[in-house]
Design a binder for this molecule. Structure first.
Ligand code: ATP
Ligand code: PRP
Length: 215
């Protein structure tokens, strides 16, 4: 189907910021994805449909061509590390990926002296890569959420997690000690679709880029 496009959107917090952006670019779902249990949504543009999936699955759908375009956090893209085009920084869902540790540990800690760390995170690959380039050995404990709990119950000394306002760290007496990356959500594209559906992909990306330019 070279005459139609599927766009994969992350459900959750990214969706709330993506839908207005798409609407401004002239793409609006016919049903409300915030309340519907549907997974596929037709839009006002008959050749464009949306699929709404878990944030961590967007790069997989796009890489394997189940979706032509997708909207995904840079954190998820870095962790996935797959073969897809990063087309536009949408500038939404901004936060930062940080190493954090208990405040009392930070008082006597120097990251320059780190040699071996026990870290809880859902970003296993990013964490391994980040510390490997620094020559720091890591024992990584994979979690799926609430990373901040790990140092409080002795599961790990430190965490790698997203920080926005810093409220979650503060509420759990943790502090940021190392910056890994600034995060925002990106429009990504399937590499084959960029060639096979060139015109449709280009016009859709251009419509979204125009909305960003107006901001
Ligand atoms: P799931 O609910 O499927 O397990 P999730 O908990 O990672 O996924 P969200 O919390 O909706 O899903 O986060 C999705 C994306 O939003 C993240 O990958 C990141 O890019 C961004 N994000 C997460 N937390 C924040 C935050 N506190 N502030 C801003 N952006 C954030
Ligand atoms: C994210 C992230 C932090 C929190 C940071 O969690 O994992 O816990 O937001 O935001 P803050 O600095 O503004 O407090 P989320 O709310 O997505 O919950 P999760 O643990 O289920 O991922």
């Amino acid at each position: 189907m070279t005459d139609s496009l599927t766009i994969a959107l992350s459900k959750g917090r990214i969706l709330d910021e993506t839908l207005p952006l798409l609407a401004a670019a002239g793409i609006e779902p016919l049903d409300n994805p915030r309340i519907s249990r549907k997974l596929i949504f037709a839009t006002n543009q008959s050749h464009i449909r949306l699929v709404i999936i878990r944030a961590a699955d967007v790069p997989t759908f796009v890489e394997f061509g189940a979706a032509d375009l997708g909207v995904s956090g840079k954190d998820v893209l870095m962790e996935h590390d797959g073969d897809l085009f990063e087309l536009l920084d949408l500038g939404i869902a901004r936060c930062r990926l940080m190493v954090a540790e208990p405040a009392e540990m930070a008082a006597n800690d120097n990251p320059a002296n780190w040699s071996r760390l026990r870290i809880a995170t859902k970003y296993v690959h990013i964490t391994r890569r980040f510390f490997a380039t620094k020559g720091v050995q890591t024992e990584i404990i994979k979690l799926y959420g609430s990373m901040e709990l790990a140092p409080l119950v002795g599961l790990a000394d430190r965490i790698v997690d997203l920080v926005d306002t810093g409220n979650t760290l503060k509420a759990n007496n943790l502090v940021e000690v190392e910056h890994i990356a600034d995060i925002s959500s990106w429009l990504v594209g399937n590499t084959a679709s960029m060639k096979l559906k060139h015109e449709l992909m280009q016009s859709t990306v251009a419509a979204i880029a125009a909305v960003l330019d107006e901001k």
